[in-house]
Design a protein around this ligand. Structure first.
Ligand code: ATP
Ligand code: LTN
Length: 334
């Protein structure tokens, strides 16, 4: 159906503003994967409502995220970029898979534990079954590989368990997906606490570089970045703040840590911070320009959204129909 190419699926939530971590750790690495795989990159807006959202804000963020995918260089003609809520098969398959997932399995998910602690006033059933919807996303496209960060590996393992359980009962219906381990993306840490990862939900705006931050803001945040009192530029675990700055510099300039350390040998932290800031601005400026250009291309973006939703709908309906038939749902009379 999709030729011989393997299928790759990934998604991001449209909550919060994307950070440099999301870009260097995920988006940037997604750009060329279409050369090797048939790729689906979803804006998972249905996952977003597991925590309360303002409707206008959610709509805007979802569209911005889709435009950021494109601005980052993911070609919408070669990659299927679409909204989860435009393809009803995600929710339909999720319901079915709910009936093949155990309460105990979901209770063990660390993200559920973390998020219910954070949103103690709204521990809804959707938050609990979040991983089942994620399994549906992946299995609906018969994905072979799923690029995700470490924090999502537990959900991917559950997806594999659900797929194997279903296949054991009904025959080989689902492809059992593997995590994508290609070239591991950089793991970018908080600028204020290098023991924590940079995250879009951090309350301290100085901890993260947002993809839409202007040059002055970027330079200011790096100037304030936490380092150490060793006064010596080195790339080692004992100096995590500095290591993070060098990681960012290397990811933005395609240099190796050895090259970077040599470049800043004997120089002060101030000089290093300025150089890192400038390297980030050089990466963000073209991305922001492209994003602002796309903002004006309303018809073009609308066309992409429509076409890709149709494409995703077409592929997903094949799996869904097969699943419905295997389970014993009566066939539609056409
Ligand atoms: P939240 O703070 O809302 O949990 P997040 O910033 O951690 O969000 P996710 O939406 O969970 O981001 O992740 C989107 C993608 O970005 C994932 O593939 C994840 O691995 C990657 N990612 C997120 N933060 C970083 C980071 N600091 N470094 C590298 N990759 C990251
Ligand atoms: N849970 C993921 C987002 C996500 C996803 C997916 C990733 C939803 N569905 C399917 C890969 C495949 C997250 O929070 N990063």
């Amino acid at each position: 159906m999709l030729g011989d190419e393997k299928i790759l699926f990934s998604g991001m939530q449209a909550t919060g503003s994307l950070t440099l971590g999301n870009y260097l750790g995920a988006l940037k690495n997604w750009v060329n994967l279409a050369d090797e795989y048939t790729t689906f990159y979803c804006v998972v807006d249905e996952h977003s409502i597991t925590v309360r959202q303002d409707p206008a804000e959610l709509r805007k963020r979802a569209r911005n995220l889709l435009m950021l995918y494109i601005a980052a260089g993911i070609d919408p003609e070669k990659n299927c970029l679409y909204y989860q809520s435009h393809v009803s098969g995600h929710a339909e398959l999720a319901w079915i898979l709910n009936c093949f997932t155990y309460m105990g399995e979901l209770q063990r998910m660390t993200q559920f534990k973390d998020k219910s602690a954070k949103h103690a006033d709204n521990i809804n059933a959707g938050l609990f079954t979040y991983p089942v919807l994620m399994a549906a996303d992946i299995l609906l496209y018969q994905a072979d590989v799923v690029p995700v960060g470490k924090d999502q590996l537990q959900h991917l393992e559950l997806t594999r368990d659900i797929a194997n359980r279903f296949n054991a009962i009904y025959g080989d219906v689902f492809t059992v997906p593997e995590p994508y381990l290609g070239k591991l993306g950089a793991r970018i840490m908080s600028l204020q606490d290098p023991a924590k990862k940079m995250s879009k939900s951090d309350e301290n705006p100085n901890a993260s570089i947002y993809l839409m931050d202007d040059a002055d803001t970027v330079m200011r945040k790096f100037k304030r970045a936490v380092t150490d009192s060793e006064a010596c530029v080195a790339y080692r675990d004992e100096q995590p703040g500095l290591k993070n700055l060098l990681d960012i510099y290397c990811a933005c300039t395609d240099k190796t840590p050895e090259e970077a350390v040599k470049e800043f040998e004997g120089k002060g932290y101030g000089e290093l911070k300025t150089a890192v800031g400038e390297s980030v601005v050089a990466v963000l400026t073209p991305l922001q320009n492209e994003f602002h250009r796309l903002e004006k291309e309303k018809d073009y973006i609308d066309k992409i959204i429509k076409q890709n939703a149709e494409k995703a709908g077409y592929y997903s309906s094949k799996t869904l129909r097969k699943v419905q038939k295997k389970i014993g749902f009566p066939e539609k009379i056409r």
